[in-house]
Design a protein around this ligand. Structure first.
Ligand code: TRP
Length: 452
């Protein structure tokens, strides 16, 4: 059911916009932080396993709902079954996306601070200075909150200008440039004296370090990085045209996403080993490692370190922006279409709610240490609650929905575009969505909750 005239992405736009949503701080900030926290190579293997076995089928499932529903998350789910109750999965996605946007904007705000500080070169220095700089800035009572709000404001402007003008154009140039710059920094980082230990950390698995929470964190990281489980991809798929090959698009996006995450790991861990930063430094890891690379690896040519730093933070902020746009867009379209508000009013509601949460998260990092829930800062709580619980739950229900509730003819038609994709792939995918994904998610949860 169409509730508004929906613009379509162009063929390349499908991949770019979806990859733009997937690639972001999840790859460059969160992936190294999680890998460092979980002991390196073994975690990466689990992560790749989750992407291949659960991520790609789950992504295609969201695409099916979105392209067929051609509406906001709630209506797409509700219109594909007899019971409106399934619309709740879409609503859960909207809520999850808004929580993510809140804490994500804080980290994106850190990038903006680093971007502007790179103009003066004030983030570069010796390892102690770099670590101090992050600590002083991130616990400042005003600055991080203001940067987070600034990020939400920019997202707001792009989203109110509409999907086609904003999202697609923003993604076009970004991805290739980011890739080239990342490769350059990876080479520089791996050439630092003492980098070898970091490379070993990334590629020599130690399976004894794996616990049930490692598996849940790998699952959460995979879903977070692929933008899965919030109906975000479902909303984007509502802009796909009939010819888009859903399986191929999902595979391409997952591949791009994984490559960028691994490159980010290769950029961080060799450098961390070289300058003596602990891989398990938590959410500050990337911010206390990279300025050292810029300072030390590019010191041969005057100002080169500054220029690379500037370009890097600019590109990372852009990559974060194409992700925040997607998070904002899900919620905005929902309020716009379901509450019959103008797009602008809907976007304003989303920005206001997420802005308040972002300020709370920013302050919880250090300025107001009392902002805690269940022993975690509001920021870490938002992160853990969404990636380890709400995203897998959202995906679990999406898989059940597409596998067992949506009429089979619809699913077949969407996946094969009326018969153009091979039956074998279709059967394999259907088995993953009906059986493998739901059971795997249940097992991982059950194990974490120590039910067995
Ligand atoms: N995947 C993005 C990243 O890696 C973040 C993101 C955008 C996201 N949209 C999402 C995460 C929807 C979960 C759900 O940075």
């Amino acid at each position: 059911m169409k509730t508004s005239n929906r613009a379509n992405f162009s063929k390349l736009g499908v991949i770019l916009a979806t990859a733009g949503s997937a690639v972001g701080l999840g790859n460059v900030w969160r992936f190294p932080y999680m890998t460092g926290h979980n002991g390196g190579a073994a975690f990466i293997l689990l992560y790749i396993g989750c992407v291949l076995i659960l991520g790609i089928p789950g992504m295609v499932a969201e695409f099916v709902v979105g392209r067929h529903g051609a509406s906001n998350a709630f209506r797409s789910y509700a219109s594909l079954s007899r019971s409106k109750g399934w619309g709740a999965v879409g609503v859960l996605g909207v809520i999850t996306a808004m929580i993510i946007l809140g804490f994500y904007a804080v980290v994106a705000g850190w990038c903006l601070q680093y971007l502007f500080a790179s103009f003066s070169g004030s983030v570069l220095g010796d390892p102690d200075y770099v670590a101090d700089y992050f600590k002083t800035f991130s616990t400042h009572p005003v600055k991080p909150a203001l940067w987070a709000l600034a990020f939400i404001a920019v997202t707001h402007v792009v989203v109110t200008r509409g999907v086609k003008g904003g999202v697609e154009r923003a993604s076009n140039l970004l991805m290739p440039t980011l890739l080239v710059l990342l490769v350059g920094i990876v080479v520089a980082s791996c050439l630092l004296p003492g980098a070898g230990k970091g490379i070993e950390f990334l590629f020599k698995p130690d399976f004894s370090a794996i616990t049930s929470s490692t598996i849940l964190e790998a699952l959460g990281q995979a879903f977070f990085s692929l933008s899965l489980g919030t109906a975000c991809l479902c909303t984007y798929a509502s802009y796909f045209d009939r010819k888009t090959d859903l399986m191929k698009s999902a595979t391409q996006v997952a591949l791009i996403d994984c490559v960028i995450a691994i490159l980010a790991g290769l950029m961080i861990f060799p450098a961390a080993a070289a300058v003596g930063v602990n891989p398990d430094s938590g959410s500050s890891l990337v911010f206390i490692t990279l300025p050292n690379v810029f300072q030390q690896a590019f010191s041969g040519i005057p100002m080169l370190g500054n220029v690379v730093a500037l370009m890097f933070y600019a590109l990372l902020s852009m990559a974060a922006l194409t992700s925040t746009i997607s998070l904002h867009e899900i919620a905005t379209v929902f309020f716009h279409e379901e509450l019959h508000l103008s797009r602008r009013a809907a976007a304003t509601i989303v920005s206001a709610i997420c802005g308040v949460f972002a300020v709370v998260c920013a302050l919880s990092v250090g300025a107001v240490p009392g902002l805690r829930l269940f022993g975690l800062s509001a920021m870490d709580f938002g992160d853990t609650l969404t990636s380890q619980y709400l995203l897998p739950i959202g995906s679990f229900f999406t898989c059940l929905f597409v596998g067992w509730v949506v009429p089979k003819g619809v699913v077949f038609d969407e996946l094969t575009n009326g018969g153009t994709v091979s039956l074998r792939i279709y059967r394999l995918w259907l088995f993953a969505v009906r059986v493998v994904c739901p059971i795997a998610i249940l097992l991982i949860f059950g194990h974490q909750l120590q039910l067995f």
